[in-house]
Design a protein around this ligand. Structure first.
Ligand SMILES: [Zn+2]
Length: 295
């Protein structure tokens, strides 16, 4: 493990994004899109991919979502392509790493394994944290996608003083903003990341599939349809203004063919952007700087 500082030339505010596809589901268009019958189109097979994202440069690592737990996936019959905990280790992410984890929303497939990171600061929307601890969240249609054990983990993180809640667009590190995208859940967060191929908007489940945005076809499960339409407008606005060069949807299978696998040829990953040469060492070697960043 090296304690070398990154070269002065290594940019602080530009990242590579490692996209990890850890699960999949063969489904149907009827199961993917809200009131699909209204479109008068034939139902067809439709694939879901399950992702989390690791945003990193020579200075810091930010983990966006922690995937589903094995129990959460098995309970809902999802195919596990890779155990996120194994992938974290393969990417050099140690459990006691003093890093930042952004939880886009508290659904089982985005927050499972949060307990892997015992020292991380955790960023979540205040609206999300409040909602899943409210009586209204107990309705079966909403609760189906949440495991209480994950909400308990969030509360433990809060009790340990590691929870950072946000209410509006917030820069959480140089070159990384979280942006509210409510609708699918009340406190869904998107993450805008500066890379050397332009700013990338990780929509998580504010937009599940490319088609959802491009054909204005909301996902089947929404807490608020009108909020989702507002969020689509926010995403389109970011793309139109150039503030986002492209969006990466939260369950879109084609993401895996749109980018290359450059994370050490790790299976089930593709990489967006490129790190400086300094940052090609294992991520664990950046830990001394991580400590400094969070000091
Ligand atoms: Zn999801």
């Amino acid at each position: 493990m090296s304690n070398e500082r990154p070269r002065a030339s290594a940019r602080d505010d530009e990242y590579e994004i490692v996209v990890v596809e850890h699960g999949s589901l063969v489904s149907t268009r009827t199961s993917a899109f809200l009131n699909f019958v209204d479109y008068a189109e034939p139902d067809e097979a439709f694939d879901f991919s399950y992702y989390f994202w690791v945003v990193r440069n020579a200075h810091r690592t930010v983990v966006v979502d922690t995937g589903f737990s094995r129990a959460g996936a098995e309970a809902r019959k999802r195919t596990v392509l890779a155990d996120p905990r194994t992938v974290f280790a393969e990417l050099g992410l140690q459990p006691d790493m003093q890093t930042t984890v952004v939880i886009s929303h508290a659904h089982y497939d985005h927050i499972g394994n949060l307990d892997y990171f015992t020292e991380a600061d955790v960023v979540v929307a205040q609206a999300e944290y409040d909602f899943w601890r409210s009586p209204q969240s107990q309705h079966a249609q909403l609760r189906h996608f949440v495991d209480q054990i994950d909400i308990d983990t969030l509360e433990s993180v809060a009790a340990e003083g590691r929870l950072r809640t946000v209410g509006e667009r917030t820069q959480i590190a140089p070159g990384i903003d979280v942006i509210p995208g409510p609708g699918h859940t009340p406190g869904e967060l998107m993450v805008l990341v500066q890379t050397n191929v332009g700013p990338i908007l990780l929509t998580a489940d504010a937009v599940h599939f490319d088609e959802e945005l491009e054909r204005d076809m909301p996902f089947r499960h929404m807490c608020s349809l009108t909020d989702s339409y507002d969020t689509y407008a926010v995403v389109k606005g970011l793309l139109a203004s150039g503030e986002a060069a492209q969006f990466v949807a939260g369950h879109e299978p084609s993401v895996m063919s749109r980018f290359e696998n450059r994370a050490g040829d790790l299976e089930h990953t593709v990489t967006i952007g490129r790190r400086s040469r300094d940052a090609t060492r294992p991520a664990s070697s950046t830990r001394p700087q991580e400590r400094e960043v969070h000091a």
